[in-house]
Design a protein around this ligand. Structure first.
Ligand SMILES: *[C@@H]1O[C@H](CO)[C@@H](O)[C@H](O)[C@H]1NC(C)=O
Ligand SMILES: *[C@@H]1O[C@H](CO)[C@@H](O)[C@H](O)[C@H]1NC(C)=O
Ligand SMILES: *[C@@H]1O[C@H](CO)[C@@H](O)[C@H](O)[C@H]1NC(C)=O
Ligand SMILES: *[C@@H]1O[C@H](CO)[C@@H](O)[C@H](O)[C@H]1NC(C)=O
Length: 417
């Protein structure tokens, strides 16, 4: 039995917890507007378009308080205003052409045309799912930033991410994804997301994601499930988005959220390649064979692809392309059926355009060195000489970034490259 003293103790404890919660909330609420103010100051020198967006955002969300309170319906409404109509009209006046995301309905039903055919019945579940919805090409946007490419932008950094990988985005924003101006050339960053595939995670993560976007304004989100086979949708949706909103961008870097990138080396490379037409460079595979072992993540059944080789393609971990080519790739992607592996699909699009991607040794997206314990994996001078190196945990990335950007003296840069 609880004595009255015990009850008093429990009561006290509950009160303390509530008090702490209240204090935390207050701090969080105070904190956010400061951050936004700081961001506003940082971006003050940029041109009108962005300031407009800034004011609009601050106007819509006068404080964190209202942000968290906003009901679902209201939230959707304000997002629509921020991303659609108001911004839209001012942009449309500036330039001719379509400047809206023109997809507003997501209801695309399964294509049951081939469900009673033998080749289909023999397929694994994930391939069935892929084929049933393969014709669903475009989905509405949940979070958009039409203002992202306003004004001349030299390099747009585009990073595939998923809702739960918040820590990766956080580290990228502090390191290679930092928006900056280098020698008068503007670098901008966006993250590409679908919706969480896990229903239970969906509600919580969506709210957190919206808050993250409210602070950083760098999330593009579409209303399709984030799954391995839907990465191709992410590709085509980005190409469409880019063609719609980014008339004044020069180059695009596209990559994963778990890679190391040297922006300095990207600049150096691009300056040396200024004359190259149809620039598409990365860790390119020539004559890669479709994988037929079922255990493999990249397994493809004969029914889906029956040629012996893939066209040349660059590993999706990180590659560079010029903007005119990116726009033509959108056109090419629209002429092909979707393929479940996103980087192979982009290779197919390049083939349609008769563009051969360039292989460069500074892009390491398919495993670095076979031996995981190899010294190269910890060698900052190696990273300093690279453009993309794949797979780093957020803590490893920040560690390597700090090493590479310290007063590092490397003698063997040329040797490694
Ligand atoms: C799907 O969208 C179309 C128009 O875009 C609408 O007419 C139809 O009722 C919708 N169907 C469902 C099931 O929501
Ligand atoms: C299914 O087949 C019918 C008849 O051949 C065709 O009209 C329809 O477009 C097909 N559906 C899809 C989603 O391809
Ligand atoms: C891709 O996303 C759509 C829309 O959310 C979903 O219906 C479909 O099942 C997904 N496809 C795969 C292969 O996960
Ligand atoms: C390969 O696939 C294509 C299209 O799906 C089909 O027309 C062709 O007959 C297939 N070839 C072989 C050898 O199976």
């Amino acid at each position: 039995m609880m004595t009255s003293r015990d009850k008093w103790r429990v009561y006290k404890r509950v009160c303390v917890v509530f008090f702490l919660a209240a204090v935390t909330l207050t701090v969080v609420q105070r904190g956010a507007p400061f951050q936004i103010e700081r961001q506003g100051r940082m971006e003050a020198p940029s041109e009108g378009g962005e300031n407009r967006a800034q004011q609009q955002n601050t106007g819509l969300y006068p404080g964190t308080n209202t942000f968290w309170k906003a009901s679902k319906g209201k939230q959707a409404e304000s997002t629509a205003t921020a991303t659609g109509t108001t911004e839209e009209s001012s942009i449309t006046q500036e330039r001719a052409g379509s400047r809206t995301w023109d997809v507003s309905s997501a209801n695309c039903s399964a294509n049951l045309n081939f469900t009673n055919q033998d080749w289909f019945r023999g397929l694994e579940e994930n391939f069935k799912q892929f084929l049933l919805y393969r014709h669903c090409r475009f989905f509405p946007m949940l979070i958009n930033h039409p203002e992202k490419c306003s004004g001349e932008t030299y390099l747009l950094m585009v990073i595939k991410s998923i809702a739960t990988q918040h820590d990766r985005r956080e580290v990228i924003r502090k390191t290679w994804g930092k928006e900056q101006v280098v020698d008068g050339k503007k670098v901008k960053t966006v993250f590409l997301l679908g919706t969480p595939s896990n229903e239970a995670e969906k509600a919580n993560h969506q709210k957190l994601l919206e808050y993250e976007d409210y602070i950083y304004r760098d999330i593009l989100q579409w209303d399709f499930q984030d799954s391995f086979f839907n990465l191709t949708l992410k590709e085509t949706h980005f190409l469409k988005w880019f063609s719609t909103y980014c008339a004044d961008v020069r180059y695009v870097f596209k990559g994963d959220d778990d890679v190391f990138v040297s922006v300095e080396n990207i600049f150096e490379y691009l300056e040396a390649s200024a004359q190259v037409k149809n620039l598409f460079v990365g860790d390119v595979l020539f004559k890669a064979k479709p994988i037929r072992r079922k255990e493999n993540k990249y397994y493809i059944p004969q029914a889906l692809y029956n040629k012996t080789h893939y066209p040349p393609y660059a590993g999706g971990g990180g590659f560079l392309m010029d903007a005119p080519l990116a726009r033509r790739l959108y056109w090419a992607s629209d002429s092909l059926e979707l393929y479940p592996i996103d980087d192979v699909f982009l290779g197919m699009c390049l083939e349609v355009l008769q563009v051969t991607p360039i292989k460069h040794n500074a892009f390491k997206t398919f495993g670095l060195v076979k031996n995981k314990d190899s010294k190269l994996n910890q060698e900052p001078c190696f990273f300093k000489s690279m453009i993309v190196v794949h797979k780093l945990l957020p803590s490893e990335l920040i560690h390597m970034w700090n090493l590479v950007n310290s007063n590092l003296i490397c003698s063997q840069k040329v040797e490694i490259l």
